[in-house]
Design a protein around this ligand. Structure first.
Ligand code: DC
Length: 217
């Protein structure tokens, strides 16, 4: 059986993971949050030092649980990888060539064995350039900061809107200007601006695109 892949890229807090997860569930595909993989590596690097980056593959084993939990060397780190410390260091660690090569290989391997909805920054351009459907999801920095504020408050993190907006803009800048696979819209990706869309509306748009393009029902 041939496998279908849907690539969802875009800047931080554009709604990618929420929407991608729902789309995957609806289509019965595997959902792969590649940002969570970069975050897991970052957590390990923060604990063990930058020196391990050059030999990352021999240190790290990342797997996902059935409810999208993230396991780092068999330990559930789903919560820890969302800490402000990881968030503030992830763009730096994700810019390292060794980290990208290791995770991109892993992401491609997963898509060889399953139909996937994969979200990240470079899925449509680098990881799965032949993806069956590519969506580039964006929203204004203000809308994205508001959404992150709701998430952080729900997690019990006390952070203000101005700090979050600045952090999102800084992360966009690093992610879009790094040398290896920067965040850019693939030439064949459909642009989806979620600034004015509810979660349900954004999900419905992608399902519609998938039905039109892939003949999935
Ligand atoms: O989606 P997120 O905010 O959890 O991603 C965390 C960071 O990981 C993001 O700032 C950039 C990096 N990332 C990346 O470089 N390539 C990907 N495919 C996914 C995430």
């Amino acid at each position: 059986m041939s496998h279908i892949s849907i690539a969802i890229d875009g800047p931080a807090a554009a709604g990618k993971s929420t929407i991608a997860k729902r789309v995957a569930k609806k289509l019965g595909f595997l959902y792969i949050d590649t940002g969570a993989m970069y975050r897991a590596v970052t957590l390990y690097v923060l604990e063990h030092g930058d020196d391990i980056i050059k030999d990352i593959a021999s240190h790290i084993h990342i797997t996902f649980g059935i409810n999208d939990e993230v396991y780092l060397n068999d330990k559930d780190v789903s919560k820890e990888i969302r800490s402000p410390e990881v968030t503030n260091n992830v763009s730096r660690v994700a810019a390292a060539g060794e980290v990208r090569t290791y995770l991109v290989d892993m992401q491609r391997e997963i898509s060889r064995t399953s139909s996937v909805v994969m979200d990240g920054r470079d899925i449509g351009t680098t990881v799965l350039p032949d993806a069956d459907l590519k969506v580039f999801m964006m929203a204004s920095p203000e809308v994205r900061a508001e959404r992150r504020l709701l998430e952080e408050t729900a997690r019990g993190n006390n952070i203000d809107l101005a700090t979050l907006t600045a952090e999102i803009i800084r992360r966009d800048e690093i992610d879009s200007t790094r040398e290896i696979s920067p965040l850019v819209q693939a030439h064949d990706a459909v642009l989806l601006d979620t600034s004015q869309l509810s979660i349900e509306e954004a999900e419905a748009k992608i399902i519609q695109l998938a039905e039109d393009k892939l003949e999935v029902q």
